[in-house]
Design a protein around this ligand. Sequence first.
Ligand SMILES: Nc1nc2c(ncn2[C@@H]2O[C@H](COP(=O)(O)OP(=O)(O)OP(=O)(O)O)[C@@H](O)[C@H]2O)c(=O)[nH]1
Length: 581
Amino acid sequence: METLFSFSTVGVESLHIPSGSLPSGKLNAPSWAGLSSHRTQVPHAFRCASGVCTRTVLIIDSQWRLFLTGAFLTEGRLVARASERGRAVCALTKTRPSAVDEPENLEKEAHKYFDQVVITARSGDGGHGSVLEMPGSTLRPLPPKVYGQRKRDEKDKPAKKEKKTGALKRTSDGSLLLPMGGHGGDVILVADETVDTLLDFHKKKRYNAKRGSNVDASGPLTPMLRDGANGLTLRIPVPVGTVVKRKRGGKLLADLARSGDQVTVARGGRGGISMLEHPRNNRRPLKNVGAPIMTDPDDKVLTLGSTGEEVQLELTLRVVADVGLVGLPNAGKSSLLAAVTRAKPEIADYPFTTLMPNLGRLEGNKDTDDGGFASGPTLADLPGLIKGAHLGKGLGRMFLRHLRRTRLLIHVVDAAAEDPIRDYRVLREELYFYNPDYVSRPHIVVLNKLDLAQAQERFENLRETISFLGVNMESLPSKDASNALTSLEERENSSTEPSEMEQDDEAERKGASKDDEEQTVENFRRPVSVVGTSARQGLGMDELLREIRVALEKEDARVKRKPKQKKEPKPLLYKAPQWQI
Ligand SMILES: Nc1nc2c(ncn2[C@@H]2O[C@H](COP(=O)(O)OP(=O)(O)OP(=O)(O)O)[C@@H](O)[C@H]2O)c(=O)[nH]1
């Protein structure tokens, strides 16, 4: 077991990394984790007990660089050693060889993501009804009857004045309306533009809606009696692009792709109904009263409100962007995003600087108030891909699913790298193995770092080679081209949203089948264009923007041309309540 470095934890609440244990600049701590610098003591953000990191987790890439993040993905392993004077000494140990060099060692890893969370939501219980008396009746037992006596007594006594209480509430058919307990509050998830992360759900995982109020009365039924108040609906804001599934069975409930989209995930319990109790000397079957009363041997149970439902939900955030920037680590994706949009992603000369997708917007219609920045297409810069990403290597699968909603992909290739063509192939193959649909989408190849002499020399050759690598969709007979794009078309024309999403999920879970392993870049779609840029010096940006716009317009036109299948109306599924009245 090779020990790379060690550090000590003080108690279980803080982590101190001794100075010199890590080269400067190699520790990347996202601001949301509450970590500012690797040289400072880090309070509350890190827990390490018995070698298990319970809150902030380490990501170690193949080059032994350490990152603190909320994701649960490791290539190395952190183990706790014997404690000295109350201090647990932890060591980072290498557990398996790097996946980049030895692809045959690739195997599936368990992983969880910071943009995926399981929460529990519970709707409110219904409020209880009440057992009421018929107005003007007494429930006290009558005195024993003495014939002749009672009539005489009644004659002597002055007639009792009956309190005027007004008419009792009745339904249109004349039945008595009895007060009901309030309904429990529903739980609704709403896509909200002001929320941009699922991080808060990692801190609070349980959401309960309020219960309905009881019918707060007993005694005779009067027109003054009111229904119990309904429990307030609990509206939980989630980021736009959140996919909501049931934890058990994985049933897709909703894809909240637009701001304001909402889904009711748990319905509140129904309020309990009230019962009428009749004077003993005047018992009639309850059903004759005509009130909505459920008859049951145990009447009182039926005045209780029904309980709310509890559901476990899996929330997954999928970035909503028109264009996805993909490339190997350090290719210059974040620099490119910063050069063409107003986004300010972190840029540094070590891989995996980007741990969460960064979003930026291209300039759109300049006539709008914001100078066009709200109407243009959105670009998402995703963390770097490495070989084996589709199996979860590096930050792999963690972000590949964010490409799902993109209409255009930009492949950023470092033209000054050792072998840019090999990098491009790796990129295409990783996309294909993750979801074969990704390589049938239109894509632009950006050969970056053209300010470097080495890149400039190769540029023309690289452009030539990459431009012709793959199947030319335009030259195919229209039938073949449409076959090649079936998965994309099917997605667009699918009549029901859930099954379409489920199909995509299935495709991503399985990836390309084993039989398809022979597939290479030559069989995938050819780039729509190859552009040379220098993100650092701002070279080639106009050409790139032009190409993006043209490609998006073409894609929009293609989708519009395709006649959409008519959606069949869903059958009305209404089930009448099964009560006996
Ligand atoms: N010379 C030169 N360097 C560049 C250019 N674009 C980016 N770089 C440098 O390349 C390094 C990586 O840039 P990033 O933009 O962080 O690369 P990335 O692809 O987002 O990296 P990851 O976040 O690891 O995926 C930085 O040091 C940049 O300054 C360029 O056009 N020319």
